[in-house]
Design a protein around this ligand. Structure first.
Ligand code: NDP
Ligand code: 2IT
Length: 466
């Protein structure tokens, strides 16, 4: 008995010692990253999470360490920053800043969205480009990682002003992108309207009709299901996590944040799978509709947000439900939560409230919506926590399918694209299970980070010191 206990103790001490050494290695690596990228807190956060997952794996596979893969992966291949001058309807001159981060091209051309939001700066786009490298690798498709955007705020601007901005933005961006070089798409503040204006300007400058953007309109090279893909994919991923435990979304109450592209199609797919979504939000606050956001109410939201460009409060005014100003919906009781607005929108307290109220799964439609101490709460509670780079990869995966169709000069049917999207999400789930399972539990953070890392790291090794 005593021998057994001593052995157990020794093992624990060894494990704790090993963890301490690993923590010290991550700390040392992060000191370098922070020094090289001062003030970019979101980038530090994203790199730290990946470093924590892959450091033990790198330790066990010295070839990665020798080639300094982690150091190289955390350094963008190229960062482009440029001036974007444009004119308001009143004839006033405005100046914004444009960016494109070309992060990693080991497995394919740079690929990732453009974000137009006043909070955009280098640190946010570098975090998004970094996440994109692993996410794109997980999709199984040949796409490298990139991200771009501007601190331009489309809110309250006329269509004409948005067009004027987009044309100026693309005038410079056009020098850096191409169907085999870098293929941007949408993100916050960039949807079908903006992609159209930018595509038109590229064509005009270059005299080429090529697939230089994804999320295009159906009449001019777009793919069916691309608008739906991120939300649908996220719901497919959560369904896969629940199926893995012998459960499903059928009958589940879900909370959703955001009211844009990702949130809207998350609600649509949850409804199709027999669940019920009770919240949506925007930067003004959230609505709580305990009866559920059915197809008719969702049609109202789509018109409100995509055409009228109004505020989510108008939903509460129309349907007489609760509206909570300046708050996020995480204290509403739910089985599953879909954060689908922006980064760091679930903090430690929000995570605790979700777990306390019985939430069993999180599907991150947004990129990095949970703070590190919030993630720790979910991990400790051992609920199904699907991190963004796995759960929201359906959007970029379907962008990859749009690129394939453009190359073939063919369009696949809705059913064909949806089937491929569904299979890709199941494949991503399988990769997370492969690299993240320990005992009965799947650590989806570890699984996604290692799964995404291996393919990129091996490709970098194959291609030498570049
Ligand atoms: P949209 O611009 O269509 O919608 C964004 C929604 O989130 C709006 O309701 C917006 O409210 C809200 N929001 C944005 N920023 C904030 C903020 N700082 N605080 C509170 N609310 C905010 O963007 P998407 O739906 O395309 O993107 C949502 C998330 O999903 C982002 O994290 C994005 O990176 C991620 N994502 C998107 C993909 C895509 O294909 N579109 C693919 C993968 C991930 P308001 O209008 O008031 O600003
Ligand atoms: O974060 C993301 O994956 C996106 N915004 C979509 C990128 C893309 O190229 O479709």
């Amino acid at each position: 008995m005593q021998v057994k206990e001593t052995k157990k103790k020794r093992k624990l001490i060894e494990k704790e010692g090993g963890e301490k050494i690993m923590d010290a290695k991550v700390k040392q690596f992060m000191e370098g990253v922070i020094k090289r990228n001062p003030g970019e807190s979101e980038f530090h956060q994203a790199v730290q999470e990946v470093a924590e997952s892959v450091m033990p794996f790198i330790d066990a596979n010295p070839k990665y360490k020798k080639a300094k893969i982690l150091e190289r992966i955390a350094e963008p291949e190229r960062v482009i920053m440029f001036r974007v001058p444009w004119k308001t309807d009143k004839g006033e001159v405005e100046v914004n800043r444009g960016f494109r981060i070309e992060m990693n091209s080991a497995i394919g051309p740079y690929k990732g969205g453009l974000r137009f939001h006043p909070t955009v700066y280098l640190g946010i786009l570098k975090f998004l480009a970094f996440e994109q490298v692993f996410k794109n690798s997980l999709t199984t498709l040949p796409m490298g990682g990139g991200k771009g955007g501007s601190d331009f705020d489309p809110k309250g601007k006329s269509d004409n002003e948005v067009m004027s901005f987009c044309q100026s933005f693309m005038t410079e961006l056009s020098r850096h992108i191409g169907p085999d070089t870098d293929v941007p798409a949408g993100d916050i503040g960039v949807g079908g309207r903006e992609i159209g204006f930018m595509f038109g300007q590229y064509k005009r400058i270059r005299n080429e009709f090529t697939g230089i953007l994804t999320g295009k309109g159906l009449n001019w090279g777009g793919s069916l299901i691309r608008p739906e893909a991120t939300g649908y994919g996220c719901v497919y991923f959560v369904e896969a996590m629940l199926n893995h435990l012998g459960d499903s979304l059928n009958g589940k109450v879900c909370t959703v944040s955001g009211a844009g592209n990702v949130a809207q199609y998350t609600v649509e797919k949850v409804n199709q799978l027999g669940g019920k979504c009770v919240t949506l939000s925007d930067s003004g606050g959230y609505i709580y509709d305990k009866d559920g956001i059915d197809a008719n109410k969702l049609a109202f939201v789509m018109k409100l947000k995509n055409i009228k460009r109004g505020r989510i409060k108008e939903y509460a005014d129309k349907y007489g439900c609760k509206y909570v100003a300046n708050k996020r919906p995480w204290d509403v009781k739910c089985d599953v939560a879909f954060p689908s607005a922006t980064q760091n929108e679930i903090n430690k307290e929000d995570a605790k409230a979700l777990v306390k109220n019985g939430c069993i799964a999180i599907g991150e439609g947004a990129n990095m919506p949970t703070t590190p101490d919030g993630v720790e709460v979910f991990q400790k509670a051992k609920i199904c926590y699907g991190p963004g780079k796995a759960a929201n990869a359906g959007g970029v995966a379907t962008s990859g399918l749009e690129m394939s169709q453009n190359s073939l000069r063919l369009s696949w049917s809705r059913e064909e694209v949806d089937k491929r999207l569904h299979n890709i999400m199941l494949d991503i789930h399988a990769q997370c299970v492969k690299y993240g399972t320990s005992g009965e539990h799947v650590d989806y953070v570890k699984g996604a980070n290692i799964g995404g890392f291996v393919k990129v790291a091996d490709s970098m090794l194959d291609q030498g010191i570049v």
